[in-house]
Design a protein around this ligand. Structure first.
Ligand SMILES: *[C@@H]1O[C@H](CO)[C@@H](O)[C@H](O)[C@H]1NC(C)=O
Ligand SMILES: *[C@@H]1O[C@H](CO)[C@@H](O)[C@H](O)[C@H]1NC(C)=O
Ligand SMILES: *[C@@H]1O[C@H](CO)[C@@H](O)[C@H](O)[C@H]1NC(C)=O
Ligand SMILES: *[C@@H]1O[C@H](CO)[C@@H](O)[C@H](O)[C@H]1NC(C)=O
Length: 148
């Protein structure tokens, strides 16, 4: 069963954004470490994610499903890759993401997305996630499309 929620939260939460406080903690190297830890949680990541070479941090922006802007990961599209396993809470550290799709895989367990103030589109549908969607949406202040 799929439901699609369209959210227009601009005016509600714009004032809650205070990204500058945390900027120094995040960097391209941070994005690399987050993606490596995500891959570690996935079952059978090969061959889809062979390009995710954990020995080569500078290659992140050419990894499958990854798009960068100014050396930061802004889009992660893992749609329909037949990936299993779980999605690490680390995903919420990809602080420049505007687009995230995990749709059409076999991910299990719980998932929580938070603290991504640039995220506009999130698709986690067509998986086997369990647990609620009782997240703190005020930390997703730009979310416009959410398909779970
Ligand atoms: C991963 O990157 C390292 C360092 O650049 C390189 O030596 C190695 O061949 C790469 N592995 C694959 C599978 O591309
Ligand atoms: C989310 O992904 C599913 C599976 O690929 C797709 O059918 C659906 O249209 C997507 N939802 C949105 C809002 O794009
Ligand atoms: C979001 O940020 C708050 C404050 O830094 C932190 O306590 C919380 O664990 C974060 N949530 C996630 C899902 O990472
Ligand atoms: C949700 O996040 C906002 C903004 O970071 C924070 O002020 C609030 O305390 C959080 N609410 C809960 C229930 O954690």
């Amino acid at each position: 069963m799929v439901f699609c929620i369209l959210l227009s939260l601009f005016s509600l939460f714009t004032s809650a954004i205070s990204s500058s406080v945390f900027v120094s903690a995040f960097s391209p190297v941070n994005d690399f470490h987050v993606l490596v830890s995500l891959k570690q949680g996935f079952l059978s990541p090969e061959p889809a994610l062979t390009s995710w070479n954990s020995s080569n941090p500078s290659s992140v922006c050419s990894w499958a499903g990854v798009l960068c802007s100014q050396d930061r990961v802004v889009s992660l599209d893992l749609t329909d890759l037949d990936l299993g396993g779980s999605v690490s809470a680390q995903v919420s550290r990809l602080d420049m993401l505007t687009y995230l799709s995990l749709a059409g895989n076999n991910f299990r367990g719980g998932i929580e997305v938070a603290n991504l103030s640039s995220l506009q589109s999130l698709n986690i549908s067509h998986n086997q996630f369990t647990g609620g969607l009782d997240w703190n949406y005020s930390t997703l202040s730009n979310l416009q499309v959410f398909d779970a």
